[in-house]
Design a protein around this ligand. Structure first.
Ligand code: SF4
Length: 463
């Protein structure tokens, strides 16, 4: 979500006539779009602001006005702290103020430092879901599409509900219209974005109830959205993040199975294998329910890759609790996992459980033990693909070996491959898999797909 907001801010600034600077010496505006889910986000922010102070002052001696913007959820959460520690910041803006970036910079030029944090209750849908805002995409063949903002859950380790606000679903037709517009620009891969995509539409039905016309239309469900987006002409791949296991229903899995464009990849965050810890985390499911829904998903969707997130060392986690995480991980046979050591986020319930914090040395050992299990299943899953021919979307030249290319499969696996053909980013190609490692597959190009139609920016060079 944070990365997508950055794309929007870049797009707005570009539309206003700015260009991306290669180095801060050439820049007039620096935007720090913070994400407080990241560890040490505040240290990084204030460290960066420390060296931006002389940068800003040096601008005056050069006769240039230099401006600093602090955006994102850390700004939302700590606006006074940012002002206090770095009064020279020009604009402090919250997660719902992205659409106002240019106005705020202009106002700050005239009046000095501006702080603006909107509450979602006081702004309209257009501002909440800035589909009409210009965007500077990192990849021109792939687009994030926001379907929902905020979160109504209360996972005790998570800061998102307090910095992103309550869950608000974007109108169904707006989402489909944005996807249609994207395919007209040559985008073929759509990633639907929300904090808890499975509960998409829940608030829309409440709005209908208030309107008193429940008979006219029941709420749209995420499953319907998947089918609608997957059937837009030109869409070849649909992905989504993130589902919540407590809200994962069979309708969604069936829609994945029925809709050819929806990729065979499910990111399904486990967090812990212990029911006791899951309850302390307020996750709302048990390990058994998690596993049984995952089995249903694998039965319905052939060749499904499942990835996950797991936290070790949550306050109060005992050795027995940890062993349950080991057992569930071994049984689940994940294709890949993001493994985190618990670290408290100020303002969350878990941050207050200080009496139950685990011994860091024990947690570090648990991390290493669980990683062995997860790595083993990742390698196993990758080895099973040797000898198969996979469709990849070309991401570019391999960064470590310019002779090779890199692509991504429908299962979201990275593939490094050899090719005698000149390929284009965003092109589809078939690759025969010859080898497998923990994080990637290797292979050889067997067939090139049609050329992509998205526009590519070429840098203008003087001759
Ligand atoms: S579902 Fe839980 S972890 Fe995910 S954003 Fe909401 S509160 Fe955070």
């Amino acid at each position: 979500m944070n990365a997508h907001d950055s794309e929007r801010i870049s797009g707005l600034l570009e539309e206003d006539g700015m260009e991306m600077a290669e180095h801060e010496d050439d820049a007039d505006v620096v935007v720090l779009n913070t994400c407080c889910i990241r560890e040490n986000a505040d240290e990084k922010l204030y460290g960066t602001l420390g060296w931006l102070k002389p940068w800003k002052e040096a601008g005056k001696s050069l006769g240039r006005e230099r401006q600093i913007v602090v955006a994102g959820c850390l700004a939302q959460k700590d606006k006074e702290v940012v002002r206090e520690k770095a009064p020279y910041v020009d604009v402090v803006m919250g997660t719902h103020n992205v659409h106002r970036a240019i106005d705020l910079l202009d106002m700050a030029s005239v009046r000095g430092g501006i702080t603006e944090i909107f509450d979602e209750a006081v702004i309209d849908d257009h501002a909440l879901f800035p589909s009409a805002l210009p965007v500077k995409r990192e990849r021109s063949y792939n687009a994030w599409v926001t379907i929902q903002i905020g979160c109504d859950n209360s996972c005790t380790y998570c800061i998102v509900p307090s910095v992103r606000g309550e869950e608000i679903s974007r109108p169904f037709d707006d989402i489909v219209a944005e996807v249609q517009g994207l395919t007209a620009q040559g985008v073929t891969e759509i990633s639907l974005l929300g904090q808890n995509v499975n509960s998409y539409g829940r608030d829309l039905s409440l709005a209908k109830k208030r309107g008193g016309d429940l008979d006219v239309r029941v709420r749209p469900q995420f499953a319907e959205l998947l089918r609608a987006v997957g059937s837009v002409e030109g869409v070849r791949r649909v992905r989504y993040v993130s589902p919540h296991p407590k809200d994962m229903n069979l309708e969604t899995l069936q829609a994945m199975a029925d809709t050819a464009a929806v990729c065979e990849h499910l990111h399904y965050p486990l967090q812990s294998g212990s029911d006791r810890v899951l309850s302390l985390m307020h996750r709302g499911y048990t390990a058994e329910r998690y596993l049984s829904r995952m089995q249903e998903a694998r039965a319905l969707i052939p060749d499904l890759a499942v990835t996950t997130d797991i936290i070790v060392g949550f306050p109060g986690e005992t050795e027995d609790d940890f062993l349950r995480s080991m057992e569930v991980a071994a049984e689940a046979q994940f294709d890949a996992a993001y493994l985190y050591i618990f670290s408290p986020r100020e303002g969350t319930a878990a941050a207050l459980m200080t009496d139950d914090y685990c011994d860091p040395a024990v947690v570090s050992q648990r991390y290493d033990r669980l990683k062995v299990v997860l790595d083993h299943s990742a390698v196993q899953k990758h080895r099973e693909r040797i000898g198969r021919t996979e469709e990849v979307i070309v991401e570019g030249r391999n960064k470590r070996d310019e002779e090779k290319w890199t692509g991504r499969t429908r299962q979201n696996k990275l593939v490094h491959f050899a090719s005698d053909e000149m390929l284009r980013v965003g092109q589809y190609a078939m690759v025969e898999i010859h080898d497998a490692a923990r994080f990637h597959l290797s292979g050889v190009l067997t067939e090139v797909g049609e050329m992509p139609t998205h526009k590519v920016r070429l840098s203008v060079q003087s001759v």
